[in-house]
Design a binder for this molecule. Structure first.
Ligand code: ZN
Length: 294
């Protein structure tokens, strides 16, 4: 072979090798959507842009095999749980605390919400008993000490229910302090792992303090960097706690249903950045394991 061609082949091999290293394949396995809402704006049982058949198509074409479903009011979750055509999709139902938008700012002190949770829990869904409470919000973390918030944290731990909470890092400590085990036996999924951007060191501190605390990663500031790949400090945290993170769609408005494909593709992109076993845990096994999805 002439020298020029040998050089060319060598350069081509180096090029293929290096680009192969920097462009890991997207994660292609099953997904567990740990933060799905099916609110009345999407479908109220009569009208809406996203009837059950529509959301099932979106969920299934993305390889999502299980969802934590919750809705305002709880009828949406019950409709999804009862849908015969959902096939092999597992619906893990959570009790939402909101009958309407006014409840967002008042649930933590409203005894009628506590009563509603008792009624829902006793009734269950067509897909089986409720497995959790949430998503709820605390815009002021001190409301974690509201009388109903305290009762619900105790109720959840007593019944083995998982909490899905959109709160700041201060509220995580306050909510955990309100459980009988002081957070040692309470399973809490931290929605967005702190949407306000709690520093990685603070997330790490809370994860080490509460053994059943998990982090859901939608809307998490600082998670991804160039090209939708993981930022280095977050990649390190995911590798430190591979069994503690989850992904979620957070379909809180209809636009999120319209972009459901893009949201899931975004996860597949950065999950592809991780070792295969860690990617599969965050994508699927962590949720499937907690909620015993086969
Ligand atoms: Zn949400």
């Amino acid at each position: 072979m002439p020298l020029a061609i040998v050089q060319y082949v060598r350069i081509a091999i180096i090029f293929i090798a290096t680009t192969g290293l920097t462009q890991a394949a997207d994660y292609a396995g099953p997904l567990f959507d740990a933060h799905l809402h099916y609110n009345e704006e999407a479908w109220n049982g009569q009208v809406g842009p996203h009837p059950v058949s529509d959301v099932l198509v979106r969920i299934k074409r993305n390889g999502v095999k299980a969802v934590i479903a919750n809705s305002r009011p709880n009828d949406g979750t019950k409709a999804l749980a009862a849908e015969p055509s959902k096939g092999d999709l597992t619906v893990v139902p959570f009790i939402r605390l909101y009958r309407n938008r006014a409840d967002y700012d008042n649930w933590f002190r409203d005894e009628t919400i506590y009563d509603m949770v008792q009624t829902e829990f006793a009734r269950g869904t067509a897909a089986g008993p409720y497995k959790g409470i949430g998503e709820f919000h605390l815009y002021d973390s001190t409301n974690a000490n509201g009388v109903v918030a305290k009762k619900l944290m105790a109720f959840a731990e007593d019944k083995g229910l998982t909490i899905l909470a959109h709160v700041d890092d201060v509220a995580i400590d306050l909510l955990m302090a309100n459980t009988p085990s002081k957070g040692q036996k309470a399973r809490l999924i931290w929605a967005h792992t702190g949407i306000g951007g709690a520093p990685v060191a603070r997330v790490n501190e809370l994860f080490s303090r509460y053994p059943l605390l998990m982090g859901e990663l939608s809307y998490r500031p600082g998670l991804t960097c160039d090209g939708g790949k993981l930022c280095s400090e977050w990649r390190a945290l995911l590798l430190k706690y591979p069994g503690r993170f989850l992904i979620g769609s957070d379909t809180w408005i209809n636009q999120r249903w319209q972009y459901y494909d893009d949201t899931m593709q975004g996860y597949r992109t950065w999950l592809g950045d991780l070792p295969a076993d860690v990617a599969r845990k965050i994508a699927w096994e962590n949720g499937a394991g907690v909620f015993e999805v086969k």
